[in-house]
Ligand binder design. Structure first.
Ligand code: FE2
Length: 330
C-alpha cells in the first residue's frame, strides 16, 4: 500500500514501544519494499513474542495512527511513573533498573519530539533521582546496565546521554568522594545536557557530514539545552555551567587525533565535575559505533583522554583507568 492509499496519517515509532500498547485502535504498518503493509490489525492483541520476533527480523520501526501514537506516549509516561514507585520494592535489581532506564530512554525520545512537554521533562528529572538512589544501594548493577542498554535498538543520539551518564554514575560510586546529593546532581546534569539536540534532525545524525542548519544546531545544542531547562527544573548555576561547557574537550581531542599540539591552559578554568561530564560524554561516544564509523578500541580512547586529563587531574585519571578495567572485564 502506498502512502496516499493509507486511511490515516501515520507516526513512526520504535517497534519495542508496542510493548505498552496491548490493543491498537487502528492498524499498525511496517514499511518494506517501498510500501506500507499491515503488520497488526486494529484491536488485535500484540504479544511480547511477536514484538521480539519483529526486532529479531530487523524491523526496528513501525507506523501507527495518531490516536495510537498518543496512547503510546501516555502509556510510556504511566509505566515510568509506576516503575519509579516500585523501583525499590524487592524483585530483581538488574531487571527493574533496566526497565527503568529503557522507559527513561523511550520517554527521552518523546521529549526530543516535544521538548516543551513539562510532564515528560519533570518525570525524567525525578526518574533520574530514583535511579541514582536505587543504584547507590545496588552498585553492582551499574556496569551491567550500561552493557545491556548499549545493545538496545535505540537511536544513538537518544541513547548516548544515558550511556555516558550511567558510566559516570558508576565512576562516582567507585570514587566514593561524592555525596549522595552531589552524585544525583551530576547524574541529572549529564543526562539532560544534550536535550538541545532535539533541534538537530535525527536522520541527519546518521550521516558523516551535516547540512548547514544541523551543523549550527549541533554547535549550539548546549545553549539550547539551557533555554529548555532553565526555569522549568530546579537546576542550579553550577549545573548550568557544566551543561554550557560539556563539549570543551571535543575540539582538543580532534586536534590531538590529527596530530596537532594542544594547549590545556584554558582547561584550568573547569572544575572536576565539568571534566567528568565532558570526559564520559566523549569517551562513550568514541568507543561506540555510529552508522558512519566503527567505535574506537577503549585503549586508544583512553590514550586521548589521558592527553587532556592526566596533567590536570592525575589521581582521578588513574582511578578512571582502574574503574574502566573492571567495567569492561566481563
Ligand atoms: Fe552534547
Amino acid at each position: 500500500m502506498y502512502a496516499h492509499q493509507l486511511p490515516f496519517q501515520l507516526c513512526e515509532r520504535s517497534t519495542r514501544e508496542l510493548l505498552v500498547l496491548d490493543f491498537p485502535e487502528e492498524d499498525i504498518y511496517v514499511f518494506r519494499k517501498n510500501q506500507f503493509s499491515v503488520i497488526f490489525n486494529h484491536h488485535q492483541k500484540i504479544t511480547k513474542e511477536e514484538i521480539r520476533n519483529l526486532i529479531i527480523d530487523g524491523i526496528s520501526t513501525v507506523f501507527v495512527s495518531v490516536i495510537d501514537n498518543e496512547r503510546i506516549e501516555e502509556n510510556l509516561l504511566d509505566r515510568l511513573r509506576q516503575n519509579a514507585r516500585s523501583l525499590s520494592v524487592g524483585g530483581n535489581p538488574l531487571k527493574s533498573s533496566l526497565q527503568h532506564v529503557s522507559l527513561m530512554t523511550m520517554n527521552m525520545q518523546n521529549l526530543y519530539d516535544s521538548p516543551l512537554n513539562d510532564e515528560i521533562l519533570k518525570l525524567l528529572y525525578q526518574s533520574s533521582g530514583n535511579l541514582v538512589g536505587f543504584t547507590s544501594d545496588h552498585k553492582n548493577v551499574v556496569n551491567k546496565l550500561y552493557h545491556r542498554m548499549q545493545s538496545e535498538p535505540f537511536h544513538y543520539s537518544r541513547l548516548q546521554p544515558m550511556l555516558s551518564s550511567v558510566m559516570l554514575l558508576g565512576f562516582m560510586h567507585y570514587l566514593k568522594t561524592f555525596s549522595a546529593r552531589e552524585t544525583e546532581s551530576l547524574f541529572i546534569t549529564s543526562y539532560l545536557k544534550d536535550l538541545g539536540m532535539c533541534y538537530v534532525q535525527q536522520d541527519s545524525l546518521d550521516k558523516d557530514e551535516l547540512d548547514q542548519h544541523d551543523k549550527k544546531a549541533l554547535k549550539v545544542h548546549p545553549y539550547n539545552t539551557l533555554l529548555l531547562i532553565e526555569n522549568r527544573l530546579p537546576i542550579n548555576k553550577s549545573q548550568l555551567e557544566i551543561i554550557t561547557h560539556h563539549h570543551f574537550l571535543n575540539d582538543k581531542i580532534t586536534q590531538i587525533k590529527s596530530g596537532d599540539k594542544v594547549t590545556l591552559d584554558d582547561s584550568i578554568a573547569y572544575g572536576l565535575e565539568t571534566y567528568l561530564v565532558a570526559v564520559f560524554d566523549v569517551l562513550t561516544a568514541m568507543i561506540s559505533d555510529r552508522p558512519y564509523r566503527k567505535g574506537m578500541p577503549l585503549f586508544e580512547a583512553l590514550d586521548l583522554i589521558r592527553a587532556v586529563m592526566a596533567e590536570r587531574y592525575p589521581l582521578e585519571f588513574k582511578a578512571l583507568v582502574h574503574y574502566l578495567k573492571n567495567f569492561f572485564k566481563d
